[in-house]
Design a protein around this ligand. Structure first.
Ligand SMILES: [Zn+2]
Length: 67
């Protein structure tokens, strides 16, 4: 599943506003990562589950290892 695809067609669970893909900073394993996550353009709620964030971090790790 692509995160970008997941971000389209959703609406905010809090206010029903439109979601936009936004860059959200994370600190993970002493590293700083920026990931694109769906967030509400109206109230700013970031719709990310722990599972999603963990999966994204695993992806970031893999990218770092590839370099
Ligand atoms: Zn909202």
């Amino acid at each position: 599943m692509s995160l970008m695809e997941a971000g389209t067609g959703w609406s905010c669970t809090a206010c029903g506003g439109e979601l936009e893909i936004m860059k959200v900073g994370f600190t993970y394993m002493k590293g700083n990562f920026e990931v694109n996550l769906p967030a509400c353009s109206n109230c700013g709620l970031v719709l990310v589950s722990e599972e999603l964030a963990t999966g994204k971090m695993a992806e970031a790790e893999r990218i770092l290892e590839d370099k």
